[in-house]
Design a protein around this ligand. Structure first.
Ligand code: PEP
Ligand code: MN
Length: 283
């Protein structure tokens, strides 16, 4: 693939990103939590519930990239302080989005993983700034981006000296309107062929439909994803953002119950000799 150097599979076989003892890139990592941090009660209750169900990390936006400037924009620093409390109580590392290059250094003090959202995938000054941060970066695929464009954005971050990039497939825009986006699951094994970086899937924003989150989570794991990022809200009907596709804690616990046996099966597959493992294709 053109201009891919540091992100290329030719450089390295697999990268494992370590986040407070959790390894992204070896086994299945589940990140769960609300779309936005709305209050201490909402975030702490949700954090406790996802932790009890077996989530590995907590997500939650304090800075929200909204289509309308009049929609809820997030609580900013107050939201980050709430996430800090939730981490202190549950031990779950925090994944949160950063929108502005000027905020990267101080948001990194609260975040264990800095999320770059789909709308900012090609915000090159933001990519360079997170490339200089000492925090892993979750790079979501741009909703109109090819794999080549996406991987070149990872290259921007790596080229600034940050080796810890996690890719996230979150669906792309197509002519289909039944789903919010079209989940490009082929991207998972495809990027595996092209890069050593771990890749996770966001079944929430890609489908936008509650009924599709469980089947597409299972399909993502079967496709070889290193993890999932899923929106869960303690009271979805009151959510200020993405209410329609937030799982209840009970639904999330049910999903985790289905995922774990599949994960065990996939782990056994990974442990088969490389010649017999269809996920390990040479680029
Ligand atoms: C999010 O995960 O909070 C989000 C806004 O997702 P995306 O950038 O994929 O739309
Ligand atoms: Mn959301």
């Amino acid at each position: 693939m053109k201009n891919l150097i540091l992100a290329s599979r030719a450089e390295k076989n697999r990268t494992v990103v370590k986040v407070n003892g959790i390894e992204v890139g070896s086994g299945l990592v589940v990140i769960a939590g609300p779309c936005s941090v709305e209050s201490e009660e909402q975030t702490l209750n949700t954090a406790r519930a996802v932790k009890a169900a077996g989530a590995d990390m907590l997500r939650g936006g304090a800075f929200k990239p909204r289509t309308s400037p009049y929609a809820f924009q997030g609580l900013g620093i107050e939201g980050l302080k709430i996430l800090e409390k939730a981490k202190k109580e549950t031990g779950l590392p925090i994944v949160t989005e950063v929108l502005d290059p000027r905020d990267v250094s101080w948001v990194a003090e609260f975040a264990d993983i800095l999320q770059i959202g789909t709308r900012n995938m090609q915000n090159f000054s933001l990519l360079r700034e997170v490339g200089r941060a000492r925090r892993p970066v979750l790079l979501k695929r741009g909703m109109f981006s090819t794999l080549e464009e996406w991987l070149n954005c990872a290259e921007y971050i790596l080229s600034e000296g940050n080796p810890d990039v996690i890719l996230c497939e979150r669906g792309i825009r197509t002519f289909e309107t039944y789903t919010r986006n079209t989940l490009d699951l082929s991207a998972v094994p495809a990027v595996r062929e092209l890069t050593h970086l771990p890749v996770i899937v966001d079944p929430t924003h890609s489908t936008g439909r509650l009924s599709l989150i469980e089947p597409m989570s299972m399909a993502s794991v079967a496709a070889g994803a290193d993890g999932l990022i899923i929106e869960v809200h303690n009271q979805p009907e009151t959510a200020l953002c993405d209410a329609a596709q937030a799982l209840t804690p009970e639904m999330f616990a049910g999903l985790m119950g289905c995922l774990r046996p599949l994960q065990d099966f996939m782990n056994r597959q990974k442990n088969t000799p490389p010649t017999a493992n269809r996920n390990e294709v040479t680029p």
